[in-house]
Design a protein around this ligand. Structure first.
Ligand code: HEM
Length: 414
């Protein structure tokens, strides 16, 4: 039993399929070069997903935009489930894991997104600035004035999870447990992941219960109170599903945006120097880091509701499609005379697809940008010197799923 490539896990299957380009750990370890090789051959390729199922991988920028906006290429797996079951596969659909907006199509998607967008306002995000500064500073305060740390466990991971915990209103005494469970749950494929998900669900159910009785100024209370035009609200299950999505979508992605940026800077000391000299560039450089080493290497799955064409390739009804966001971002036209393969923190890399494109464009992008800008500014200001404490080749990267990021970033600093 393996989950389809999707980290947001909405379909499970048994069985194997034919021999195509395998999106396996070896491919992932060498993804940027593999994507480049595939782009030279064409925009769309048949692949075997890490679950063993057949699918299509979209690698060019133009075809990626086409796929992400195609009305018949949806996020709900129903068309694929029907095709898979007809072919003898056993599928499971989980209403909590699979009932949120990122696994929904209009009109359900429109309703869910509108309800959360109303509660997840720019004002609520901007109010977090000062807290993000406090959290980032307090993490660095807890280190010796010089030495060696793992930046993932001591900075990039605790920061976003604390922010999201406060945003949704997890009480102080539950934060450590919440942090631990989130970390375990997100380590998809490890033995602790499944039980951690269950415990996390119980914790979130308790939170919804508590906030229904005693609403406060937090996102969960706002979501409980949210109503759409027909005066209908989110069901308990939709709320749980929504909170779980916000937690998953908003956590590891942000961890990896910061981690990938720090890794890129340590490999490009000239670019690090530019940002140290001109910290005002950090906020806009977020776009270049998102483009250059995208935290979500692949999109979540898309499912063809009818026969259609992407990049001129026929995709049959019921097929699964994955968009290689990281590949499209190395194919995107960049301003000026630069090429997409190079890192340039001064360029305005606004056309990337790292936050997706179309109706599922990342809802948390303003929060991710804010967290990145604040955290990186503080990190670079407080650490005069930053270098990898191990050879680059010894860094372990995420080897499964749709994310891209280093598991540990040991650095020497002062
Ligand atoms: C959707 C990337 C941070 C919440 C997406 C998608 C991408 C993405 C690529 C679309 C996926 C697809 O179409 O298959 C990122 C990156 C982040 C980040 C790179 C950090 C650097 C966040 C944060 C939150 C968040 C902080 C919220 C707290 C969401 C939600 C969706 C989404 C709710 C689903 C939107 C929909 O289905 O309409 N994100 N994300 N994300 N993201 Fe983010």
């Amino acid at each position: 039993n393996d989950t389809i490539v999707n980290d947001y896990g909405n379909v499970r299957v048994t069985e194997d399929s034919e021999d195509r380009i395998a999106l396996d750990a070896a491919f992932k370890a060498d993804a940027i070069r593999q994507f480049e090789r595939l782009r030279k051959k064409g925009p769309v390729h048949p692949v075997t997903l890490s679950s063993g199922l057949p699918g299509w991988l979209v690698v060019s920028y133009a075809a990626a935009r086409e796929a992400l906006t195609h009305p018949a290429l949806g996020n709900h797996p129903a068309p694929a489930i029907a095709t898979l079951e007809a072919a003898g596969y056993v599928t499971h659909h989980d209403d909590v894991n699979g009932g949120h907006m990122l696994a929904s199509d209009p009109p359900n998607h429109t309703r869910l997104r509108r309800l959360v967008a109303g509660a997840f306002t720019t004002k609520r995000v901007q109010e977090l600035r000062q807290r993000i500064e406090e959290i980032a500073n307090s993490l660095i305060d807890s280190w010796p004035s010089s030495g060696q740390v793992d930046l993932v466990s001591e900075f990039t991971a605790p920061l976003p999870v604390t922010v999201i915990a406060e945003l949704i209103g997890v009480p102080e005494h539950h934060r450590n447990e919440f942090r631990k469970l989130t970390g375990d749950a997100l380590a998809v494929g490890t033995p602790q992941s499944e039980p951690a998900f269950m415990q996390l669900r119980a914790l979130l159910t308790g939170l919804i219960d508590e906030k229904s009785k005693n609403p406060e100024d937090d996102l969960t209370s706002a979501l409980i109170a949210a109503r759409d035009d027909d005066d209908s609200r989110l069901s308990d299950q939709e709320l749980l599903s929504m909170l779980q999505l916000l937690l998953i979508a908003g956590h590891e992605t942000t961890v990896n945006l910061m981690g990938n940026a720090i890794m890129a800077l340590m490999c490009h000391p000239d670019q690090l120097e530019i940002l140290r000299n001109e910290p005002v560039l950090i906020a806009s450089a977020a776009e270049e880091f998102l483009r250059y080493d995208s935290p979500l290497e692949l999109s979540t799955l898309r499912f063809a509701a009818e026969d259609l064409k992407i990049g001129g390739t026929l995709i049959e009804k019921g097929s699964i499609v994955v968009v290689a966001l990281a590949s499209a971002n190395r194919d995107v036209p960049v301003p000026g005379s630069g090429v997409p393969g190079t890192l340039d923190v001064t360029r305005k890399a606004s056309r990337h697809l790292a936050f997706g494109h179309g109706i599922h464009h990342c809802l948390g992008a303003p929060l991710a940008r804010l967290e990145f800008g604040v955290a990186m500014e503080i990190l670079l200001r407080r650490l005069q010197h930053l270098e990898l404490a191990v050879p680059y080749d010894e860094i372990d990267w995420i080897s499964k799923g749709i994310m891209r990021g280093a598991l540990k970033i040991p650095v020497r600093y002062r």
